[in-house]
Design a protein around this ligand. Structure first.
Ligand SMILES: NC(=O)c1ccc[n+]([C@@H]2O[C@H](COP(=O)([O-])OP(=O)(O)OC[C@H]3O[C@@H](n4cnc5c(N)ncnc54)[C@H](O)[C@@H]3O)[C@@H](O)[C@H]2O)c1
Ligand SMILES: [Zn+2]
Ligand SMILES: [Zn+2]
Length: 340
């Protein structure tokens, strides 16, 4: 193959399939032949000009898996032919969070496929070799496409504190919320209730192991969560993070519980500070993952706690990326992937 095809988002709601020379890996980088590239909420938000930190034009594709095809100078951690999944955070390794093993919080963080000059939605791409995890032999290519999306809820669940025996609510049954449900189950939560306005999403949550679901359009979601759980929630994972969901989350954990903000809020909003103080509510942000979370994500997939057949509901070729983005926002899919 002499030319490489790549998706470029050129303007709000406009993308093109561009031909470019096959990229050459710089020292410390590898060239990867893509296998499956997931379409994520941040891709579609950026495509619609609604992502706070991704300027257009941009090269999408951070949920990238593939096979190593060429090694740049000095690369020893992977070999040609290795199946890999990208951990798309690009830390500087020098700042305080990087030195403390919190490279997801790097003060100079860049993000592969999210406003960075490289992205994975292409036949082939180059990426820093230190961002690769080798996919174990017992994980299929399609299952491996879930490693990155699952790592986000794994991280959120880990920093929420132990979930064993706890009552949990997950607000929003999109890809992240349904994977969050899987993490809560994997972590031994006693009871998990999931909310969503869409009946199909609530059905998916029940099918995937929720004890109960609540219609998010109901007038008092928090009260319904509490009555379903039989008590307040110990932990609420807000996988939507709009004003109404975060207020409901705070209401559902009273008193003394933890609200984890997993969704990316598209705007700032006011919170009931007097209640947060007086009722000792912990508001915990959660940002992506670190390698430990990738390891747990891989372990969950190996144990079949998360399976491609349950989560990957759409597959599109690279030249139908626009249809893939549309499917991803239609509300009819859990996870859509592109396979060049
Ligand atoms: N923290 C992180 O590192 C991280 C990583 C990836 C994605 N995210 C964010 O997580 C969020 C969820 O991502 P996703 O891919 O699952 O998106 P998605 O669009 O697939 O899912 C969102 C779900 O929320 C539902 N919803 C909408 N309003 C609701 C409400 N008021 N109450 C309950 N449910 C409601 C929708 O019907 C949908 O099912 C997004 O904001 C995304 O940007 C965060
Ligand atoms: Zn993503
Ligand atoms: Zn750093």
């Amino acid at each position: 193959m002499t030319a490489n095809r790549r998706i470029v988002v050129t303007a709000v709601q406009a993308m093109e399939l561009r031909e470019e020379p096959v990229p050459t890996p710089a020292p410390g980088e590898v060239r990867v032949r893509s296998t499956y590239i997931g379409v994520c909420g941040s891709d579609t938000h950026a495509f619609h000009g609604r992502h706070p930190f991704i300027p257009i034009p941009y090269l999408p594709g951070h949920e990238a898996t593939g096979v190593v095809a060429e090694l740049g100078e000095g690369v020893t951690n992977v070999a040609i032919g290795d199946r890999i999944v990208v951990e798309p955070t690009l830390p500087c390794w020098h700042c305080k969070p990087c030195r403390n093993g919190q490279e997801n919080l790097c003060e100079n963080l860049q993000f592969f496929g999210c406003g960075y000059p490289q992205g994975g939605m292409a036949d082939q791409f180059v990426v820093r070799a230190d961002r690769l995890h080798v996919i174990p032999d017992d994980v299929s290519d399609l299952d491996a496409a879930l490693i990155e999306p699952l790592a986000t809820p794994v991280h959120a669940g880990r920093i929420a504190g132990p979930l064993q025996g706890r009552t949990v609510a997950v607000l929003g049954a999109g890809t992240i919320g349904l994977l969050m449900l899987a993490v809560a189950r994997w972590s031994g939560a006693a009871k998990v209730v999931v909310t969503d306005p869409l009946p199909a999403k609530r059905e998916a949550a029940l099918r995937l192991g929720a004890d109960a679901v609540v219609d998010a359009t109901a007038p008092d979601v928090a009260a319904q969560i509490r009555s379903t759980l039989g008590e307040s929630a110990d932990v609420v994972f807000d996988c939507v993070a709009v004003h109404g969901t975060t207020l409901a989350a705070i209401d559902a954990v009273l008193k003394g519980g933890t609200v984890v903000i997993v969704g990316v809020p598209s705007a700032d909003f006011e919170l009931p500070m007097r209640i947060i103080q007086d009722q000792q509510v912990r508001i915990q942000g959660s940002a992506t993952y670190v390698p430990q979370d990738y390891a747990t994500s891989i372990e969950m997939i190996q144990a079949r706690a998360v399976r491609a057949e349950d989560f990957i509901t759409g597959q599109f070729p690279l030249d139908q990326a626009e249809q893939a983005f549309a499917a991803s926002t239609s509300g009819e899919h859990i996870k859509v992937v592109i396979h060049p």
